[in-house]
Design a protein around this ligand. Structure first.
Ligand code: SAH
Ligand code: SF4
Length: 347
């Protein structure tokens, strides 16, 4: 079956011409799919009815919103049901000037990070390009506002789905007018994939999830780090900077008594010395069954001060909407527990 979402204006025109229509159908389809956000061809009145009926099995490629929650600050969390019944999370985060979307790239995640709800749930499959694009269109429609920024920090490891990730990023830029510079891809690191992403030479921001300043601690928190030594990951980050001329930012989830000590802050500063980089600290969001705790505000402040003394640019991520399951994968986990008859549980 053909899926139209994800096709460019010229691809839509080619597709229409191949089915006996004039090329301007491409422009019409593009407008109705990306601007007006239709979910079925029947909703496009400018298309000849006869043709619509004749072309048969064609889908736009939109998912269904099965749950939505809005927090006090306006953050909107959606659970989307895909064609095969699987469920993913997408979050829209508004501020006065921006609407950011936290985008998922996989159903689940195989990396198994010990503090992550998505990691605990395992991996089911990669998202198709149109399933990545759909999340942003859906947030745009639900929140009745244009999306300006994207962060690939939802469910899944983006670099394990590189082709569809890059395809979707091109579409966000070309078809939805979202600047590459407003797009951040977050990765825990997959061997060879960071230099591979660099070869696309897109002016986006790469965020690397470090969480530990030593290989020994990192592999305890991120089992998959066993196959990708910290030294090699840092060398790949250097190469990324060299190829793209862009900074890399580092994410560090703060876990009380595990990686939030003064010595670890000093070691972290040492590890990233020489990088023109930024550290984004994410205080741990409790996910229920994990053995971690969120550090106190005082401990977080101390960690920040040590990094600043070491001349590291650092920020602490504000936790938005903690009350509605802020951590990645949490909302979906809760939803599928609560609704045992969801299609996902039957598969
Ligand atoms: N797989 C990618 C992107 C998705 S996770 C990655 O790991 O980078 C986005 C960020 O949220 C990562 O930095 C991840 O470590 C962090 N994260 C996951 N679970 C968390 C939790 N319970 N509390 C705080 N941060 C968490
Ligand atoms: Fe996957 Fe990222 Fe969660 Fe790790 S933190 S399990 S890489 S989604």
């Amino acid at each position: 079956m053909v899926t139209l979402l994800g096709k460019s204006r010229s691809e839509l025109a080619q597709w229409a011409v191949a089915r006996g229509q004039p090329a301007f159908r491409g422009k019409q389809l593009h407008e109705w799919i990306y601007e007006k956000g239709v979910s079925q061809l029947e909703q496009i009145p400018v298309l000849p009815k006869q043709w619509r009926e004749a072309i048969g099995d064609v889908k736009v490629g939109r998912s269904e919103v099965v749950y939505s929650a809005v927090t006090k600050d306006g953050t909107q969390k959606l659970l989307l049901q895909l064609e095969d019944g699987k469920i993913i999370e997408t979050v829209g985060i508004p501020s006065s000037k921006r609407l950011s979307v936290c985008v998922s790239t996989q159903v689940g995640c195989p990396m198994g990070c010990t503090f992550c709800a998505t990691g605990k749930g395992g991996w089911q499959r990669n998202l198709a390009k149109h399933e990545i694009i759909d999340q942003v269109l859906t947030i745009q429609q639900q929140m009745e506002r244009r999306v300006s920024h994207l962060v690939f920090m939802g469910m899944g490891e983006p670099l394990l789905n590189l082709d569809n990730l890059v395809g979707a990023i091109h579409s966000f830029h070309e078809d939805m007018g979202i600047s590459y510079r407003h797009i951040t891809v977050s990765t825990v690191g997959i061997p060879d994939k960071i230099p591979q992403l660099a070869t696309y030479n897109l002016p986006l921001t790469l965020a690397v999830s470090l969480h530990a300043p030593t290989q020994q601690l990192r592999r305890q928190l991120i089992p998959s780090a066993d196959r990708y030594e910290l030294d090699r990951l840092m060398a790949d980050c250097q190469e990324y900077v060299k190829i793209t001329g862009r900074r890399v930012s580092f994410e560090y989830t703060l876990l009380a008594g595990v990686n939030d000590g003064i010595e670890q802050a000093i070691n972290l500063a040492g590890l990233i010395r020489g990088f023109q980089s930024h550290v984004n600290l994410i205080p741990y969001n409790p996910i229920g069954d994990a053995d971690f705790r969120r550090p106190t505000a005082k401990a977080i402040q101390k960690f920040v001060e040590v990094l600043e003394q070491e001349k590291v640019a650092v920020s602490v991520r504000r936790t938005r909407g903690l009350e509605a399951d802020a951590a990645c994968g949490q909302l979906r986990g809760r939803f599928t527990n609560l609704t045992p008859k969801s299609p996902e549980d039957q598969s």
